[in-house]
Ligand binder design. Structure first.
Ligand code: HEM
Length: 337
């Protein structure tokens, strides 16, 4: 029996879900668009702000804290990125203040001094910009303990971008600890097709020209078994076997456990440091809820069935994407729970 709270939260998650497919066929592209524009979907809308808080807020923050406590390599700030981390923190605070003015406020209290208030978590914090003794934690870690987004910061030097700082606890099958210090082009080395098609080199050129106060966004997607945010390479042994096991479960269990996982990624040029801030916000919807929206059910079934094998393999879904497509075809919409 689903409780009222659970079902209203499920309804909210469907209403705010950033459905990623604009066509029945999915291919990689440099799919960037200006941010802060609401997208209306058959179920609701998403995308009005750069940061997004939903009913999973507290649950996801406690998962992030647990991941960081268990594995410190999910957080890194290379020495030359300390300034960018402060810039990122204050930029995110401004975005929170703009999106949730009743609960979140950033107020100037003097030259370089600020008062930050997060009314949801009951936080009031005075701090001095750039002074680490004025905050309980390193600034990137401090602000990622108050948002659902992961953050990576990219330094731009010698015509290239390098992932030199971040707090990334919800990576979809990659390792922040392994990638930190690598260039944007190196990081995308394993992605099939994109080199030949120029997707990543175009994205790189685009990012190098990104201007402050003109944030952009893109989406990416995969399938994840269970509502598991942390599917980092480091703990593959914990979640990898589920991809085998899921093939043997009943149809009802399959629809409950297989989730369409969508990342809304924001790209922001930080105004003081000049670093690029990459925000990754992860949304997940089980197939059984996705199927309650007819347009989403049909389109996702088409995309999954048509996706070329090399892309399905790279996404780690090759063994069960066929069943997921069939499951969606077989499950006509029912009333939303
Ligand atoms: C316009 C900007 C960008 C584009 C077009 C882009 C494109 C892509 C694509 C197509 C993939 C493969 C995804 C999949 O099959 O599921 C990917 C993976 C990835 N991207 Fe990006 N990306 C962008 C920005 C970034 C930035 C700023 C970072 C910084 C951390 C990043 C980090 C990654 C990582 C870590 C992976 C996984 C690579 C792996 O499997 O080891 N991307 N990206």
């Amino acid at each position: 029996m689903t409780s009222t709270t659970e079902s209203s939260s499920a309804t909210e998650l469907v209403a705010g879900f950033p459905f990623p497919f604009s066509d029945d066929r999915y291919r990689y592209s440099t799919n960037v668009e200006p941010a802060q524009r609401a997208v209306t979907t058959p179920a609701g809308q998403w995308g009005a702000s750069v940061v997004d808080i939903d009913s999973e807020y507290r649950a996801e923050l406690s998962q992030r804290a647990a991941v960081l406590a268990a594995d410190p390599t999910r957080h890194a700030v290379l020495p030359h990125m300390v300034h960018a981390a402060w810039d990122a923190m204050v930029t995110v605070m401004r975005e929170l203040d703009a999106a949730y003015p009743d609960q979140m406020q950033l107020r100037s209290t003097g030259t370089d001094t600020w008062l930050w208030r997060n009314g949801i978590l009951g936080i009031e914090q005075d701090f001095r910009y750039g002074d680490p003794t004025s905050l309980p934690e390193e600034p990137l870690r401090y602000i990622t303990s108050q948002i659902q987004e992961d953050i990576a910061l990219l330094d731009q030097r010698n015509g290239q971008l390098f992932v030199d700082a971040g707090v990334v606890t919800f990576a979809a099958d990659w390792s922040f600890g392994f990638d930190v210090g690598m260039s944007f082009l190196e990081i995308h080395g394993p992605v099939p097709r994109v080199r030949a098609e120029g997707v990543i080199t175009r994205a790189h050129e685009f990012l190098k020209r990104l201007q402050p106060h003109q944030p952009y966004r893109r989406t990416n997607w995969t399938l994840t078994i269970d509502r598991r945010l942390d599917v980092s390479t480091e703990i593959y042994h914990e979640w990898g076997p589920d991809r085998e096991h899921i093939q043997t479960v009943s149809d009802a269990e399959f629809g409950r456990r297989v989730h369409l996982r969508v990342e809304v990624q924001h790209l922001v040029r930080l105004p003081d440091s000049g670093a690029v801030m990459f925000l990754i916000r992860t949304y997940m919807l089980p197939l059984e809820q996705l199927a309650t929206v007819e347009a989403w059910r049909e389109r996702t079934a088409q995309v999954l069935a048509e996706l070329p094998d090399d892309m399905a393999d790279y996404k780690g879904i090759i063994k069960f994407r066929g069943r997921a497509a069939q499951w969606l075809r077989d499950n006509v919409p029912r009333a939303r729970t």
